[in-house]
Each structure stands twice: as C-alpha cells, then as structure tokens.
Write a protein that binds this ligand. Structure first.
Ligand SMILES: Cc1cc2nc3c(=O)[nH]c(=O)nc-3n(C[C@H](O)[C@H](O)[C@H](O)COP(=O)(O)OP(=O)(O)OC[C@H]3O[C@@H](n4cnc5c(N)ncnc54)[C@H](O)[C@@H]3O)c2cc1C
Length: 464
C-alpha cells in the first residue's frame, strides 16, 4: 500500500502528527538489540511501513479494524527494550507505539490496586507508587519498559521471588482483539478477583503481542517497606544447595548472582564461585546466609552494586538468557567451563525468578560477534534445555525452541488459539509460537543455529 495513503488514513484516526511513514532516520530507533536487528534485517523486512502513535482505546480499535480489512500486520511496541526481535516487524506492517497511552488512571489504596494505560513506563509507575509507599509486586530492572510490554513478556524481575511473575499481579486487562472487539479479562471490573471459567488474563500474559493489544491494566499493589541490599561472596558450591532454604525467608525480595569472573572484573571482588546480592525488606529478620557454608558477607549495604548490575541486562549485551530450575544451577557451571574452551565469555549473571528457578544470562565477550555468537547462544540454550530449563522469552530468535519446550499437543492448542483469535494473522505475526521464513525461504531456528555452528567448526579447522 502507498505510504501517502497510509499516512492519510492513519492520520485521520490519530492525527497526522502521530503517524510516521518511515524513512531511514526513524528506523534507527526501531531496533531492539542492535546486533540482533542487523542480522534479522538480512532475512526479513524489519522496516515498518508506518509507525502510529494512538492515545485512546477507541483509536486502537479503529487502527485494528483498518488493518483487519486490509490484512496488514500490527506490531505493538512499548519501550522496545526486549532483545529477541519481539517488537520488530518481520514482514513489514504497522508498528503501534503505545507510549502515548501513559496515564495512571487510578491508585486505589483501599483495594490495593493500580490502573494505568499500557504505555506507561515503569519509572512513572514506581515514582507515583513510591510517594504513597506502595509498589507493584514485581517490576523489571529496566524502568524505560512499559506496563503492557512487561505483561506481554510475562516478566519476572525485582520482587518476583516473593510475589511471583507479573501474571500473578493482574486483576484486569483491557485488550483490543484483532477483530476490533474490546474485552476486559478480569472476572469483574470492580477488581473482585474471585471467578470461574477460563483465566483470560493469563492468555495475554507472555503472548508477546500475538493475540491482541493490551490498552489498560489493573494490578495488585503492596505496601512497601524500606529495602536493603546485602552482598555475599560465595566461595563454595555448597551455597547453591542452601539457596532454596534462603528463599524461604519472608523478607527477601530479590536475589542476584554474578559468577566468579564477572565479580572480579566488574566488582573487583575475589569470590571463587561468585557474588550474591540480596535485596530484602528492612523490617524483618535478615536472611541467614552468613551461616551457610561457603558464604562470607563482605558488605552491609550497597545499592550502587544493584544498579551496576542492571547494565548486564541491556540489549547491547545481546546474549542467551535462560530459565533454569535451581537444582540445575551447579551443573550449568560445568557447561560454562566447556563453552569457554571454544568461545570467549565474560561470565554469567542471574537473578532468582522464584523460589525454584533462576534466570541466567550469558555475558559474551564484545569481540564474540556474528556467527560465533549465534552458535554460542545456541549451545547455551540447548544445555539449559537439557538441564530442564527453557529460553527466557521467545520473539523471533527463540520461537523455534517452543517445539522442544512444549509437548506437541500443547503447542498445537496454542496455535489453534492463535488461529481462532487472529484468523487473519495480523497480530505480531511469525513470532513466539510460529517461526518465520526468511526472504530466501530459510527458516530461523534450528537450521540457523545448526548452520552457524557447522560453519564455525569449519572456520576453526581451517584456521579462520
Ligand atoms: C537493562 C534491561 C533490563 C531488563 N530487565 C528485565 C527484567 O528485570 N525482567 C524481564 O523480564 N525483562 C527485563 N528486560 C527485558 C525487557 O525490558 C522486558 O521484557 C520489558 O518488560 C519489555 O517491555 P517493553 O515495554 O520495552 O516492551 P517491548 O520490547 O516494546 O515489547 C515486548 C513485547 O511485548 C509486545 N507489546 C508491547 N506492548 C504491548 C501492548 N500494549 N499490548 C500487547 N503487546 C505489547 C511487543 O509486541 C513485544 O512482543 C530488561 C531489558 C533491559 C534492556
């Protein structure tokens, strides 16, 4: 479709000033991990035909109706901070920039709920709630990300150890479906959480924008005590066996982990097995980590360290991120030792998702780029799956692993649900549960990883 027509038609819905018919300049900020989008651009049309910035649910309904009629792909985009190609077009289409839908509609202290537009940033949510000494049970380390984006990623983060994932915080979602209907997923708009039938809120949690556009959300909030960070050096592997015991302590909000090498380079701390950072509420008893074998408390309070670790989650650090049962943690160190024989690695960083699982991120050496990095990430994710884990997030890059993580009937059910809700396949197509074919007909996924690993081995043999 002609760009001038798109500009005119969408302009009549959201106002001309809120439509960008893309040129190169605008595309530059439409990336996720820069490195990832460069590779994806070789195989796919990641340039949107237009970027549209709606302000109301009504405008989104009109956009969706227009796209449905013309079978144009719609790609919702919040802060664009995810790094697996989730909010990039794959075959062109319209990027819906949600950031203008950023109103905090209501904070109801008596009901302990917050209602806000899906495009609101976590920075704004946290600042507003802090004034009232409240917090959402879990929020992402990246405060530039949005409410709708974090829900759509089914996110874990600060607080999930205590309160569960963002899915556990949802009271209601307002969602525009690909057929233009608006629904509320909560059992009752009055925030009464009891109900029966299917739990539709979970359907859109972690769906990565493939089933509909979340326009507004109501979440549970909690009274927030003062927080405290303690740092522990870990000298012995036995500490990991003690992890699940530590996590039972009710005052622990989050636990981050850095392996020995990163602790040395980033924190200038000698710790053979790594460093644990514990974020806990002040009011209750401290976690009793010092009593565990192999741990020494080196510092009482250090919020700077906590902040410092955030950089490992930036998209420029594009790497493998996996969800692993805690009991597989000690084995992953053997995997890392083996990977180091073939690749240059900086280390491993992670945080406890809940009391049973940890999210681990492989930090690649900056020189480890291109084919080699893809092969490395492929090997790491494969090892995590073998240890009972799974990739964290799907997007484009991890969509094919779904066939290994879920049994075939479960995956078929998910694909049926997608077909039913989105018969025209316009909502963020070719992602998450379906993987795309590239321009030249090659699929991403196993062939891409296998080919790169194979090429990598040949290059090594011939000394390249
Ligand atoms: C420094 C840093 C720290 C991070 N920390 C964490 C962390 O602690 N925990 C964690 O889980 N992740 C983390 N991430 C990854 C990422 O920030 C999160 O997944 C984040 O929640 C994505 O939000 P976003 O608004 O940027 O979404 P985007 O990247 O814009 O989109 C993510 C997905 O959601 C869809 N989407 C966006 N908005 C909507 C909507 N309104 N309706 C329907 N679909 C929508 C998009 O289509 C896409 O599929 C981090 C990333 C960085 C760079």
């Amino acid at each position: 479709m002609k760009k001038s027509k798109l500009e005119h038609d969408f302009g009549s819905i959201v106002g001309k000033e809120n439509v960008i018919v893309t040129d190169k300049k605008e595309n530059e900020h439409l990336v996720d991990a820069p490195w990832s989008s460069t590779i994806l651009s070789l195989g796919f049309k990641i340039t949107p035909d237009a970027i549209v910035k709606p302000h109301t649910t009504r405008e989104i309904v009109d956009i969706v109706n227009y796209a449905f009629d013309k079978k144009i792909p719609l790609i919702p985009r919040g802060g664009g901070t995810s790094a697996l190609g989730e909010s990039l077009p794959i075959k062109g289409g319209i990027v819906i920039d949600m950031k203008r839908m950023n109103k905090i509609v209501e904070i109801e202290e008596d009901k302990k709920t917050l209602t806000a537009g899906a495009g609101v940033s976590w920075r704004k949510i946290n600042t507003k709630l802090k004034e009232k000494r409240f917090a959402v049970g879990v929020n992402p380390l990246n405060e530039n990300s949005t409410l709708g984006g974090f829900i759509s990623k089914g996110g874990y983060g600060i607080g999930s150890l205590k309160h569960g994932s963002i899915g556990n915080q949802i009271v209601n979602l307002e969602v525009v479906l690909p057929v233009g209907l608006t629904i509320n997923t909560g059992y009752s708009k009055s925030h009464f959480s009891y109900g029966f039938g299917y739990n539709n809120s979970w359907l859109f949690t972690g769906a990565e924008g493939t089933l509909g556009i979340i326009t507004e959300a109501t979440l549970k909030i909690y009274y927030q005590n003062n927080l405290k960070v303690t740092v522990h050096r870990v000298l012995d592997e036995a500490i990991f066996q003690a992890l699940s015991e530590i996590t039972r302590s009710g005052n622990l909000i989050s636990l981050m982990f850095l392996d020995g090498e990163l602790a040395k380079t980033e924190l200038s701390t000698e710790a053979e097995r790594g460093v644990l950072l514990l974020l806990s509420e002040e009011r209750r008893e401290e976690p009793t980590l010092e009593k565990q074998k192999g741990a020494i408390s080196v510092s009482e309070e250090d919020f700077n360290l906590w902040d410092k670790l955030q950089k490992f989650y930036g998209p420029e650090r594009f790497g493998g991120e996996v969800f692993l049962p805690i009991n597989g943690l000690h084995k992953i160190f053997e995997v890392i030792r083996k990977l180091k024989e073939n690749y240059r690695l900086q280390g491993l960083v992670g945080f406890l998702a809940d009391s049973d699982s940890i999210i681990l991120r492989l930090i690649c050496n900056e020189e480890e780029i291109g084919l080699k990095r893809i092969a490395l990430i492929g090997d790491f994710v494969r090892a995590a799956i073998n240890l009972g884990g799974r990739p964290y997030g799907s997007g484009v890059w991890n969509s094919f692993w779904m066939e290994e993580v879920y049994d075939i009937n479960t995956l078929k059910l998910m694909r049926k649900i997608k077909e039913q809700i989105d018969s025209q396949n316009i909502m963020n197509p070719y992602k998450t549960i379906n993987y795309p074919k590239a321009r030249i007909g090659i699929t991403t996924g196993p062939p891409l990883y296998q080919t790169t690993t194979f090429l990598e081995k040949i290059f090594k043999k011939i000394g390249l």
